[in-house]
Ligand binder design. Structure first.
Ligand SMILES: Nc1ncnc2c1ncn2[C@@H]1O[C@H](COP(=O)(O)OP(=O)(O)O)[C@@H](O)[C@H]1O
Ligand SMILES: Cc1ncc(C[n+]2csc(CCOP(=O)(O)OP(=O)(O)O)c2C)c(N)n1
Ligand SMILES: [Mg+2]
Length: 208
């Protein structure tokens, strides 16, 4: 299903088939838990393609488009942008990279159970969920520090609090949802960066 014979008679896989069969890792954790930090290290060691939903959205904002302006307002408030917007961006980015990619790190997604369900309908199933876990207090401290230099309009005390509340309310249920499938690896992100990465690497090495 989904394959068709090209003029030359070769079997051609559609973009949808190719991304469905790709290795997909969800990276979930609170704001400032260290998802981006660990993803960079995974890219360096394993050559996976890193797609951060937040980075994709910030790129749209930076483009100055009308859609970007709407997104900027939502992100500054620490709210979630509409599901279809994020999912379409991730899917387009995956299609663009699928031929040269060993696998995909989907960072900051799903943020709510519904996002996970829609991703699986439109793209495919993850083989692993890395749950980057840090204490609320630690996340706030790291984000305030990042805010000194990040230039991110959401790295301020008020928005950080909203992002954290939303994380506990909307995103933590994602972890329970995938735990029942046995693909969640909880990573203690209170440890030094390289030790955290040691655990991340073990989880990835455990994949077939
Ligand atoms: N999967 C997503 N669904 C909806 N909104 C998102 C998603 N990912 C990112 N965003 C928006 O972008 C903002 C920043 O996201 P991100 O860079 O992942 O931040 P962090 O990991 O520091 O919380 C979020 O607060 C939200 O407004
Ligand atoms: C275990 C650990 N990882 C990373 C850092 C470094 N750090 C400084 S600011 C900051 C906040 C955000 O980091 P990022 O990796 O962007 O987290 P994300 O918001 O993507 O989860 C972090 C994690 C740290 N001190 N300890
Ligand atoms: Mg990030």
């Amino acid at each position: 299903m989904g394959c068709s014979a090209s003029c030359s008679g070769r079997i051609v896989h559609s973009d949808d088939d190719k991304i469905k069969d790709a290795k997909i890792i969800f990276v979930v954790g609170g704001p400032g838990s260290g998802k981006g930090t660990q993803c960079e290290k995974v890219v360096a060691k394993y050559g996976y393609t890193h797609l951060s939903s937040g980075d994709l959205l910030r790129a749209e904002v930076a483009s100055g488009s009308e859609r970007g302006k709407t997104l900027q307002a939502i992100m500054q408030k620490g709210e979630l942008v509409p599901l279809d917007t994020v999912l379409d961006m991730i899917k387009d980015a995956m299609i663009a990279k699928v031929d040269v990619s060993k696998g995909f790190l989907i960072d900051g997604y799903p943020r709510e159970v519904k996002q996970g369900e829609e991703f699986e309908k439109k793209i495919g199933a993850p083989c692993l969920l890395l749950y980057i876990d840090a204490k609320g207090e630690t996340m706030v401290k790291r984000l305030m520090k990042r805010g000194e230099t990040s230039g991110r309009s959401d790295d301020n005390e008020e928005t950080i609090k909203k992002r954290l509340d939303l994380y506990y309310k909307a995103t933590e249920p994602v972890i329970a949802f995938y735990s029942s499938r046995g693909i969640v690896r909880k990573i203690d992100s209170e440890l030094p960066v390289d030790e955290v990465f040691g655990h991340v690497a073990k989880a990835i090495d455990g994949l077939k």
